[in-house]
Write a protein of this length. Structure first.
Length: 154
């Protein structure tokens, strides 16, 4: 991911380009230790366990990609959060996911903050500190090997 280093000298090149970053299941596991993530073309599965008294029951939430439905949050001109919206296909486990601040149900969508996942990835560590607060999520794509996010600087 050397594009950031070379483009330090040519800042204008970054502003107009979209950079694809692939977040794998392992990247998600670092941020969500009690959940498992599986990706198929266009569908994300979130698996976990919910406790009912002394028993635990497995759940599997399924969400469909809405490629251009993303959000970016800023505080004092600095990036504070970004994420995606998944169309709810199977609401199983929404009550458990809703207890985590990174998941919010909004009508037929699940608002899902992926900023922590991105910050724990190796790619984030390679981005120069001057650009980290200027990143903007533009779209995403769910592929078999993970979640592809597309970022710009601006």
């Amino acid at each position: 991911m050397g594009i950031f280093i070379e483009d330090l000298l040519h800042f204008g090149n970054l502003i107009n380009n979209e950079i694809e970053v692939i977040l794998s299941s392992e990247d998600f596991k670092k941020a969500f230790m009690n959940l498992d993530f599986e990706f198929t073309d266009g569908v994300m599965k979130i698996k976990g366990k919910k406790r009912i008294l002394f028993l635990s029951k497995a759940f599997e939430f399924r969400g469909k990609e809405e490629t251009n439905k993303v959000y970016n949050s800023r505080k004092d001109e600095k990036l504070s959060d970004f994420g995606i919206y998944l169309k709810i296909l199977s609401p199983d486990g929404l009550d458990i996911l809703g207890k985590d601040r990174r998941f919010q149900e909004e009508g037929e969508y699940l608002k899902f903050s992926i900023f922590d996942v991105f910050k724990n990835s190796e790619i984030y560590q390679k981005i120069p500190k001057q650009f980290r607060d200027k990143l903007k999520l533009t779209k995403y794509k769910i592929k078999r090997n993970g979640l592809s996010i597309f970022l710009t600087v601006g």
